[in-house]
Design a protein around this ligand. Structure first.
Ligand SMILES: [Zn+2]
Length: 462
């Protein structure tokens, strides 16, 4: 959900220097385009009655039609490196970046869109977008995914830092965070435990927190072997691994960077894909998320790369997976009960495609009915779920407003969709009849905010 940094799937860490992150800033540097620019999503005619849309769900692991995007491709698993990937879900022409916003509607409509196809590995349970290409140029986008404007998210972040300090003893320690973004988490952790922090992120040199703390420093760089010399009691990597396609290579690099420091704690955080499968949450599937984990596949990857997974947890409304591990000399075996999710995941994956088709049809009918009745529809939350939802349902034209509490997003436009983003206060002058909440975890604070403004719409959640 927090699409902060992507990774260039280019390396075998034994033979090259760095696993590189690509960032939206890099996209904005005007580099030459190595491949033909994709059509913008906005190039498609707006047919709000269409029932076929851009979705092509396969419904069965073995049931791909000849028209499938990936028919005939050899598909290898980037996690276990086997050849057991089978495609089970496809979506056509979705925005390649979900967290950028654009300065004009036309720029937003010109945002590149590509096809996505999720492959499931029958050997290890890993899911990947087999069509993922790194480095697609997105012009004019501003990357903004800061969630700390929400009290709910702030509390979640504080809970995690408290757990690291109190349960795992990260106090007066050296913390390295890969893909630290604006450094909110690192600052919080260093403040809570009187720790010393190093944030590694190509964008970190541009963030406003760089000089605000003696305890935290930032390096505007890609993570690589050079960072092995940094003191590191905790290595943290949050909402970054889902942007990396060669996940096995990346974990090999992380393990070699830690080296012979067995007491180093490793903390990773990613979206939980079991929840996405169970809830048929098609809005949580993004082009720039190329890797999808459950508890089991997450742990299997770490164990295969020389880690012992000591704790797995779900937090943030069960949406995030938290993994705590220590380095070992050898691969380790599964011991935690949460790792035994393979059979359930296989069943969920098999049912996902048809169930999503029904879900998309439900939302199309609901939006179309409301639109025909002249009801004003607002969406609350302009981030990745909103872009994922609208680009799959394909009815952005019937949305009256898209609301966000993050002031940096106001007045900007959704990639691939062209919808403008408004401040909550703009609802006062033109109250909506329906508000669709993009993330249920924020429902309470959204209800409170609407009540404070005297706005009383029907509230729905996806
Ligand atoms: Zn695999």
């Amino acid at each position: 959900m927090r699409a902060r940094t992507g990774i260039v799937p280019t390396v075998n860490s034994e033979t090259t220097n760095h696993v590189r992150f690509h960032t939206p800033m890099k996209f904005n540097q005007g580099n030459s385009v190595s491949k033909p620019e994709a059509l913008g999503c906005g190039d498609a005619p707006a047919d709000i009655t269409a029932s076929d849309g851009k979705l092509n769900t396969c419904g069965s692991l073995a049931g791909l039609s000849e028209s499938s995007i990936v028919a005939g491709r050899q598909l290898n698993c980037p996690s276990c490196l086997g050849d057991g990937l089978e495609v089970f879900y496809e979506a056509r022409r979705i925005p390649v970046q979900v967290c950028v916003t654009m300065g004009s509607r036309q720029e937003a409509l010109d945002h590149p869109c590509r096809d996505l196809a999720l492959g499931y590995c029958r050997a290890c349970g890993f899911i990947t977008n087999v069509l993922f290409e790194e480095g697609i140029v997105c012009k004019g986008g501003l990357y903004e995914d800061q969630q700390t404007f929400s009290p709910f998210f702030r509390n979640f972040q504080i809970d995690v830092t408290r757990q690291l300090v109190e349960r795992y003893g990260i106090r007066d320690k050296d913390v390295v965070e890969i893909g630290c973004g604006k450094g909110d988490f690192l600052h919080e952790l260093c403040k809570a435990g009187d720790n010393r922090g190093l944030g590694i992120d190509p964008l970190s040199g541009t963030n406003e927190n760089t000089n605000n703390s003696r305890m935290v420093r930032f390096v505007a760089d890609y993570f690589g072997p050079d960072h092995a010399k940094e003191p590191c009691d905790l290595l943290s990597c949050r909402h970054t691994l889902e942007h990396i396609r060669p996940v096995s290579d990346f974990l090999t690099l992380v393990r070699s960077t830690i080296g012979d420091r067995p007491d180093t704690l490793v903390y990773f955080e990613v979206p939980d894909t079991m929840r996405v499968m169970r809830e048929r949450a098609f809005w949580d599937i993004y082009y720039d998320h190329c890797s999808y984990f459950t508890s089991g596949s997450f742990a299997r990857l770490f164990r295969s790369r020389g880690f012992d997974v000591i704790n797995l947890a779900r937090r943030f409304g069960e949406q995030y997976l938290l993994l705590f591990a220590r380095p070992t000399r050898q691969p380790t075996s599964a011991v935690l009960p949460q790792e035994s999710d393979f059979e359930e995941m296989t069943l969920e994956v098999a049912a996902f495609g048809n169930a999503v088709s029904q879900r998309v049809a439900y939302w199309r009918n609901l939006l179309l009915d409301a639109h025909r009745q002249g009801r004003r529809i607002a969406i609350w939350g302009s981030g990745s779920k909103c872009v994922g939802f609208l680009s799959t349902v394909g009815m952005a034209d019937v949305i009256d407003r898209v609301i966000d509490v993050n002031p940096r997003r106001h007045g900007r436009f959704l990639p691939g969709l062209g919808c403008p983003i408004s401040a909550p206060e703009e609802l006062i002058g033109a109250p909506p009849d329906v508000v669709i909440v993009m993330n249920p975890v924020y429902q309470v604070e959204i209800r409170e905010r609407l009540a404070q403004m005297g706005v009383t719409p029907e509230i729905l959640t996806i």
